[in-house]
Write a protein of this length. Structure first.
Ligand SMILES: *Cc1c(COP(=O)(O)O)cnc(C)c1O
Length: 414
């Protein structure tokens, strides 16, 4: 992979017309270690966040030895970088053939259920393979409530009374049992973990089984940008949030229970930025070469504000406007469909024009993982970059997906 000091140097050297992902392995290693030092238990990286081989390999080298996987392709992706890494299969709803593959071929011994039919599937496979159930840890996923950019308890997890039944049934069948939850993604309110721990404590007190582990899931927030027209949100830093979570773990009596966390976003977000090119400026609209069907889907669905840096093309001699005026631009994506328009503007210098580049920061989570081949556009070019996105010159503006009341109509009317 080609290496550059920063994305501006990469853009000026390559003059890319296709989007280019800038990978920062040092940042990834540092962020993984930062999480592992702050969390008082086992860290299982959630592979779905970004399952690129370069990511899994770098994480393994940084000391991440456990991976949260959900499908045969994810089992294989982790095995391809490490024969020893532990895999935990934390999808609550599984195909029976995948359970068999997990247990038989990949040696997976940790999984999760949120319904009795999942216990039946698992038990059938365990019997067919003549495995000892005491060698397996089966988590019961409880539903939780709270505010996240993505709320997942509408889809997975069981109520507390059902959790008690499932724990007791698994225990009778000879499995080691645990409790887990996943509160959603980009959690900025620590009370959400507190509420989930409270439910876990309620279930444990009534189930009367020995808990082998508690898995607190993922959801830890990454740092993103903010809208320059608004007050920045007050968001706890990872050390602050983690110190609250550690306190809550102790308060709810889980200090002596082996702990697991499944971070995704917080580990990988800062490890990539993305260079996009302005294919056309039409008034206050920018047409770029990426969009919601490729790298920008997560920021669109999750209403996440991403930081952006202007990379002017030096061959543009004539510019209009004031380079110090940071103004909102409506951003249109690369595909030929009308949905592919970011709902809210990018904030950039008034002088930006056709042919310039934009570096979008902190894009490592749920960007390349969610890209599609829709309309034939599939960003897949990578370079390595050594300087963190936040160093060496502030981003010129902020890409904003937040509500910009008053602006939208002007922008649409153009
Ligand atoms: C997606 C997912 C994660 C990772 O979530 P982040 O918000 O990226 O930390 C962890 N656990 C489970 C079960 C998931 O589905």
């Amino acid at each position: 992979m080609e290496r550059f000091a920063n994305a501006t140097k990469a853009a000026l050297a390559l003059r890319p017309d296709e989007p280019v992902y800038c990978f920062r392995p040092d940042v990834l290693r540092a962020d993984a270690r930062r999480f592992m030092e702050a969390f008082p238990g086992k860290t299982a990286y959630a592979v779905k966040t970004n399952g690129e081989e370069m990511v899994l390999r770098t994480l393994f080298e940084a000391g991440v030895t456990c991976f949260d996987v959900a499908s045969p392709a994810e089992f294989a992706a982790v095995r391809a970088v490490s024969a020893e890494a532990e895999l935990i299969y934390m999808h609550p709803v599984k195909a029976q053939s995948h359970i068999r593959l997990a247990l038989e071929e990949y040696g997976i011994r940790t999984t999760v259920v949120d319904h009795e039919d999942e216990i039946s599937k698992l038990t059938r496979v365990v019997k067919a393979l003549d495995l000892d159930p005491t060698a397996m840890t089966v988590f019961v996923r409880i539903a939780t409530k709270g505010e996240a950019a993505y709320e997942l308890s509408k889809k997975f997890g069981c109520g507390p009374a059902q959790a008690i039944e499932l724990l007791q049934r698994l225990d009778r069948n000879g499995f080691k049992v645990g409790l887990c939850f996943h509160v959603g993604s980009q959690i900025e309110d620590p009370d959400v973990y507190d509420g989930a721990l409270k439910s876990a404590d309620w279930v444990r007190k009534r189930a009367g089984v020995n808990l082998a582990a508690l898995d607190v899931g993922g959801g830890f927030p990454a740092d993103y940008g903010h809208d320059p027209a608004k007050e920045p949100d007050v968001m706890p830093s990872l050390p602050q949030l983690m110190s609250r979570v550690r306190g809550d773990i102790a308060e709810w009596g889980f200090a002596d229970t082996p702990l697991v966390a499944e971070p995704g976003r917080v580990v990988v977000a800062r490890a990539f930025s993305l260079i996009v090119r302005v294919l056309l400026r039409k008034g206050r609209r920018l047409y770029i070469n990426d969009g919601i069907w490729a790298s920008l889907s997560d920021s669109w669905t999750g209403k996440i504000t991403l930081p952006a840096r202007f990379i002017p093309d030096p061959s543009i001699r004539q510019r209009n406007g004031d380079e110090n005026a940071i103004v909102p631009f409506r951003v249109c994506g690369a595909t030929c469909d009308s949905v592919d328009i970011l709902s809210k503007p990018f904030w950039l210098p008034e002088t930006i024009d056709t042919g310039d580049w934009i570096e979008i920061g902190h894009i490592g989570a749920y960007s390349m993982a969610l890209r599609s081949r829709f309309n034939g556009f599939y960003p897949d070019r990578f370079v390595e970059v050594t300087t963190p996105f936040d160093e060496g010159g502030m981003p010129h503006g902020f890409m904003s997906l937040e509500t910009m009341e008053g602006y939208s109509d002007d922008l649409a009317a153009d």
